[in-house]
Design a protein around this ligand. Structure first.
Ligand code: HEC
Length: 245
């Protein structure tokens, strides 16, 4: 019996520690990325940057402005003046000003809604994708991306990141993450740009599951409670059996 309980405890611990399996997409390996949705300043910066650089084309229709403001601790006046561009109703979903028909005509494909993007592709994929636009004369927009070959999204962050060329991988190279050579520096250093993309990805990860940091905090409290209960029951058991042995 004891052995069984021990085995069950080990199994549940192992299941808890196992990283959630992200759906591996076809395509090159992604850069390592650790989501940090509990990091409020990072998610706030990501929200600001998403509204400034992405919401012109992409909506997040499953997330409302007031829910975002509450979760990320953004005051209403700041929300209205800086983040809400297309509407003045706090309860509206995050929309994009891009009309779908025109977007299809301009880009060949309407920019998809990004609320669930990190769930669909994995946050490491999004983090890698946003760093991997490279110059390609064969494409109508002059850029391509190994994570979405033939991409129809313009390199909207090119000014910040700078412009880069794709390097051909050396033969027999084990590591198949694409490598680039910066040919024109952007307004940000490579480290600053990485941070910028990490903030954006963190914000998108928050958007895909707004309750996640609460869920993790609750999980820790539940486990702590169970551990305390385990100690108590152990002593209780000893107490019960004392006279019998
Ligand atoms: C000028 C319009 C435009 C802007 C601005 C823009 N995008 Fe896009 N984005 C697109 C289009 C169009 C696609 C579809 C690309 C395709 O499928 O080839 C796309 C695709 C994507 C995808 C991949 C979706 C998928 O899974 O297929 C991600 C992720 C993404 N955009 C993130 C962003 C982020 C983050 C920003 C802001 C930094 C941004 N985009 C700004 C037009 C835009």
């Amino acid at each position: 019996m004891k052995r069984l309980i021990f085995l069950a405890a080990c199994l549940s611990l192992a299941a808890g520690l196992m990283p959630s399996l992200s759906r591996a997409d076809e395509g090159p390996a992604t850069l390592p990325f650790r989501e940090d949705v509990g990091n409020l300043p990072s998610a706030q910066r990501g929200a600001r940057d998403f509204m400034a650089y992405c919401s012109g084309c992409h909506a997040m229709k499953y997330l409302r402005y007031n829910r975002m403001a509450k979760d990320l601790d953004i005051p209403d006046d700041l929300l209205k003046s800086r983040l809400m561009l297309g509407t003045d109703k706090l309860g509206d979903p995050i929309s994009s000003s891009m009309p779908v028909k025109q977007a299809e005509a301009w880009f060949g494909r309407a920019p998809p809604d990004l609320t669930l993007e990190t769930k669909a592709r994995g946050s490491a994929w999004v983090y890698s994708y946003l760093q991997s636009f490279y110059l390609d004369d064969k494409r109508p927009l002059g850029v391509n991306n190994p994570y979405l070959p033939g991409v129809s999204m313009p390199a909207v962050l090119g000014e910040l990141q700078g412009w880069q060329k794709l390097e051909t991988p050396a033969k027999g190279e084990e590591d198949d993450t694409p490598k680039f050579e910066l040919v024109q520096a952007g307004t940000m250093s490579p480290e600053e740009y990485k941070e910028f993309v990490a903030d954006l990805t963190n914000f998108m990860a928050y958007a895909s599951e707004p309750g996640k940091s609460d869920r993790i905090a609750l999980g820790f409290r539940v486990i702590l409670y169970l551990l305390v209960l385990l100690v108590l029951t152990y002593f209780l058991k000893k107490e019960f059996w004392r006279d019998i042995h």
